[in-house]
Design a protein around this ligand. Structure first.
Ligand code: ARG
Length: 576
């Protein structure tokens, strides 16, 4: 991996053991990027206390050992306990050269590739997918891409809600109305679904029949099953279209819905009961994993089999967990699911471990994301008050992008403008979703998302396209710069270099922490550093070695932006 922190960290550790041989290993003086220097090392208070010296004296002793070498230009004390570290420009330039020669742009392949299951998207069928599922789809797809890029085997699992009570309602309603599933579109299905729901809530006799219908479905009664299959077909076809439109990597073969686990549910219950993990309570089979209590301090149950014999969402999740770890052999299982399901998933993990299905070294991780809010800071709804449909949101984003492109690039041919509007509109939504810490709620503000200024997708896409226009111009003018040396003379060039060199370790951190926004924030910082460089350092108007070097910097920036955006599933056009 290309990462200037590595040699610096090594020097600091050596300085530490040379200056304070009495300090055993384990004291970590972390080197990090800083505004005040290229990098900074924090002489932790802990070290000062350990050696009973003032932080300043500790820093002094370390600095004396941090003599310049081929990478390090200087180490200087700053403030009471910091050491500012500056790198040699030649070293940075050489590292950039290495980065440029590497198709992976310096990002390492995982030392121990893992098998990683990612559960994402996972909408509920016979309902139109709404904006809440958009987050899971986008965050999950970005994480899948990053982990795959790192050389892990990623197994995508679209845990669609295609089983259980809602289907009983819907199927019963459709039979009542004499509606045939296959000839209904998804829109109609959602309408039927709402009508069925209303009837379920107001008509006890219907509710009863709907419950029986679930039992028939679970028992695979042929007529019920056939109608159910037709519904699934309609919804999956629609999902395929949507995924394709979004440009996500999720395909039909990744669908592993709740229904897939139906044959296992009784076994899961029996096994948990036999192992003493679950017991009958009030006629229902429940597990009470330790540490989960309600406000009154009572043990919280995860219900596995209801009094009426029906299995639950939780039972299915346990069957899925067992399958993912034992059959798929995953060593890491990532759930990209909204924050409200945190307790549910934590209970599932605890029960899976109690049952002995999940070895200790297998990581179970919940990427818990926040809600998408409307401008009124409430959960986003359409005017009619229903959850907003995803298709209409995408249409609107594309429309707005189209208007901006018409203003900005009126000269482009119609076809190009249409393609661009699509990439920019959809890229804008994706970036807005991936740009901030996923744990936070965010306000869905289309105007801001599609803007070409600020921390937006279009800003980054545009930065990338502008660099390509410089590279095209260079080619037209017959300027060749490939293979030439990079020279970092101006402060803006140096700042850009330092930002470029952050890319490999940013990817590494995303894979480790599953925080995709670290990558978007890096790309934004890079685009910002690039625009300062471009403002102050003429490229095509420069000459000779300077021009060659600057063109190399431009090209490397474009490559990092392109790859980085691609890992976020955003296509960066070369012309805008
Ligand atoms: N279908 C669920 C929902 O819409 C999400 C499923 C998440 N994955 C899981 N294994 N529980 O809320």
């Amino acid at each position: 991996m290309i990462d200037p922190i590595l040699p610096l960290q090594k020097r600091v550790s050596e300085a530490l053991s040379a200056a304070f041989p009495e300090v055993e290993k384990g004291v970590d003086l972390a080197v990090h990027r800083s505004e005040h220097a290229d990098y900074q090392c924090d002489v932790a208070m802990a070290l000062a206390r350990k050696v009973r010296k003032a932080p300043k004296a500790v820093a002094q002793a370390l600095v004396e050992k941090l003599t310049p070498d081929e990478a390090l230009a200087s180490a200087v004390i700053s403030g009471p306990g910091f050491i500012n570290l500056m790198l040699r420009a030649e070293y940075l330039a050489a590292e950039l050269g290495r980065m440029g020669h590497d198709p992976r742009l310096g990002a390492a392949l995982a030392a121990t590739p893992e098998k990683i299951v990612i559960d994402y998207s996972s909408p509920n069928l016979a309902k139109e997918m709404h904006v809440g599922h958009l987050r899971s789809t986008l965050i999950g797809d970005a994480l899948a891409r990053v982990l795959e890029f790192q050389g892990h085997t990623v197994i995508r699992q679209n845990h669609i809600g295609d089983w259980g009570t809602p289907f009983g309602m819907l199927l019963e309603y459709m039979r009542d109305q004499g509606i045939d599933g296959a000839s209904s579109g998804l829109k109609e299905l959602s309408t039927f679904y709402r009508a069925a729901r209303a009837k379920f809530d107001s008509d006890p006799a219907f509710a009863n029949r709907a419950r029986l219908r679930v039992v028939q479905l679970q028992a695979l009664e042929p007529e019920t099953l056939a109608l159910w299959r037709a519904l699934i077909g309609v919804t999956l076809d629609n999902l395929d279209i949507l995924y394709q439109r979004l440009g996500v990597t999720l395909k039909r073969e990744h669908v592993a819905g709740e229904s897939q686990y139906n044959p296992e549910l009784a076994n899961v219950c029996a096994e948990l009961e036999a192992k003493g993990v679950a017991r009958i309570s009030d006629g229902a089979l429940c597990a009470f994993p330790p540490g989960f209590t309600n406000r009154e301090g009572e043990q919280l149950p995860l219900i596995l089999r209801k009094q009426d014999g029906g299995f639950t969402y939780g039972t299915t999740d346990l069957a899925a967990l067992k399958y993912r770890v034992q059959t798929l052999q995953a060593t890491r299982v990532v759930y990209v699911v909204g924050a409200p399901q945190a307790t549910h998933l934590a209970m599932v993990y605890a029960i899976g471990r109690m049952a002995g299905w999940v070895p200790e070294n297998v990581r179970l991780e919940h990427v818990a994301f926040g809600s998408v809010l409307g401008e009124d800071k409430k959960i986003l709804k359409s005017r009619a008050g229903e959850a907003l449909s995803l298709g209409s949101l995408l249409d609107e984003a594309v429309d707005r992008a189209r208007k901006l492109i018409d203003e900005k690039s009126a000269e482009l041919p119609e076809e190009t403008k249409a393609t661009l509007a699509n990439s920019v509109g959809i890229g804008a939504i994706k970036y807005a979703d991936l740009g901030n810490d996923h744990a936070r709620d965010y306000i869905f503000d289309l105007n801001r998302m599609v803007a070409f200024e600020g921390n937006t997708g279009p800003y980054l896409m545009y930065a990338h396209a502008r660099i390509h226009s410089i590279l095209r111009k260079a080619a037209e003018d017959g300027i060749s710069f490939q293979g030439g040396a990079i020279v970092l003379a101006e402060p803006q060039e140096r700042a850009l270099a330092l930002e470029l060199l952050q890319f490999p370790q940013t990817v590494e951190r995303v894979g480790e922490t599953l925080q995709g926004h670290r990558l978007s924030q890096h790309l934004y910082a890079l685009a910002t550093a690039y625009s300062a460089f471009y403002r102050d350092c003429p490229v095509l108007k420069a000459e000779g070695a300077t021009r060659t070097s600057r063109l190399q910097l431009c090209q490397l920036t474009a490559r990092v932006l392109e790859l980085g955006l691609r890992l976020l599933s955003i296509t960066a056009p070369e012309q805008m």
